[in-house]
Design a binder for this molecule. Structure first.
Ligand code: NAD
Length: 389
């Protein structure tokens, strides 16, 4: 069980974006600041410089360390003996590559939002820089720190489901069911290929589904896929506000995934069902403290977080204990802790630890972008089957 005791040196941490109006910034701070593993020392929080400075001061950052932009932050912080060591990038997609590269080149670790970049080639370029500099790139797939996600992975690993046959993934909501006439800033950049990248909902929410399925089923690889995407609001073309993806895995399993931001009225967030030859697991982010374990021919079992019947690995990352609700903030805290442990291991040169340590890093970010590239290749050829590459 995690109780906030930190066994690694506190990291000096900064943020790019995630300011007063940013949707995701507080999730980062909730995760990073939970265990005292990170200390927020600086930021370039906002495109609006004065608003960003005022915001930074209000959350406890010294005014002279709230910078106008990431370039000033790099210049000033790298000149300080107590300068920042790691930054989180919580800005729109089109800025991720440029900002990540700049920080790595300046010798700083990076934690970046998903979808990581626009292309696999960019991911590979960044991976090389990080490797050469001995730095970590973390990616905030924030839902995969829930203990019951670990439980699903352990149950699959122990063969409790039998052979995996069906992978059923859904992340849909209706927040973009209307047109974009009064779109927020966050909605405007998401529906423009110049700022969002080659996809809208596939990258925005589909990458969460894909990464979580990789965590639960690390032994399965996609052989081929077919993606059908559509913009129900035509001004969003060539991007999609809705997509369906069929996947064939290398063990013969079949996967289907749908993502949508026009699923009017749906407030159920995301849902995962993994079906094996003996049993199935179903978990949803709406009720993250419960996992449905369904053995063919037996009554359904609902497993609860924090209970002694769960795997040791599951309870090792529990924070609140049974009966007490865990939520998204706890999941993000685990993600941030795992990334901090990776940075600490990198600093100590402990490559053996890094080989077995699970955290969403550059590989996870790259695989998400690779999946998107394959989806777009299929969809734009008319929703045809393509070999996954
Ligand atoms: P947003 O539009 O709500 O906020 C973006 C913030 O970044 C704003 O504060 C803006 O002023 C600031 N900003 C923009 N460009 C900047 C720059 N060059 N320098 C400094 N600040 C800058 O966007 P959002 O919804 O918070 O999304 C940001 C990123 O987070 C996106 O990549 C998105 O895909 C991702 N995201 C991830 C999750 C998750 O669960 N991991 C959830 C939401 C968003």
């Amino acid at each position: 069980m995690i109780n906030g005791e930190s066994k690694i040196a506190r990291l000096r941490w900064g943020m790019i974006g995630g300011g007063r109006t940013g949707q995701v910034g507080y999730k980062h701070r909730t995760g990073a600041l939970r265990d005292g593993t990170y200390q927020l020392v600086c930021g370039a929080f906002d495109l609006d410089v004065e608003r960003g400075r005022e915001f930074g001061v209000n959350i406890g950052v010294a005014s002279d360390r709230c910078y106008a932009d990431y370039k000033e932050l790099i210049a000033k912080e790298t000149a300080r003996p107590d300068g920042v060591e790691v930054v989180s990038i919580a800005t729109p997609n089109f800025t991720h590559f440029e900002i990540t590269k700049a920080f790595l080149e300046a010798g700083l670790h990076v934690i970046c939002e998903k979808p990581l970049f626009f292309t696999v080639a960019e991911c590979e370029e960044v991976r090389k820089i990080a490797e050469a500099k001995g730095l970590i790139v973390g990616v905030t797939y924030g839902f995969t720190g829930h203990p019951l996600v670990e439980q699903m992975a352990m149950m699959v690993k122990k063969g409790m489901l039998g052979d995996i046959r069906i992978v059923d993934l859904q992340y849909t909501h209706g927040f973009n069911a209307g047109d974009d006439t009064n779109a927020s800033e966050a909605q405007k950049w998401r529906t423009n290929p110049k700022t969002s990248g080659p996809t809208f909902v596939l990258g925005d929410i589909g990458t969460h589904l894909y990464y979580l399925s990789e965590v639960v089923l690390p032994h399965l690889k996609i052989d081929k896929l077919l993606c059908d995407r559509k913009a129900f609001i035509p001004t969003r073309e060539p991007l999609e506000d809705h997509a369906t993806v069929l996947m064939h895995y290398d063990n013969g399993a079949r996967g289907h995934l749908w993502v949508s931001s026009v699923d009017a009225g749906n407030m159920r967030s995301h849902r995962y069902r993994f079906v094996g030859s003996k049993a199935s697991l179903e978990w949803t982010d709406s009720f993250p403290n419960q996992l449905s374990y369904e053995v063919q021919g037996e009554p359904v079992k609902i497993l609860h977080h924090g209970m002694p019947y769960l795997e040791d690995e599951t309870n090792a990352i529990d924070r609140m204990g049974a009966l007490h609700t865990e939520g998204l903030g706890d999941s993000w805290a685990n993600i941030y802790l795992w990334i901090a442990q990776a940075i600490d291991a990198k600093k100590r040169g402990d490559e053996a630890f890094l080989k077995t340590h699970r955290y969403p890093g550059i590989e996870a970010g790259t695989e998400g972008v690779r999946w998107l590239e394959n989806c777009v290749r299929s969809a734009d050829a008319g929703a045809v089957w393509v070999d996954f590459k």
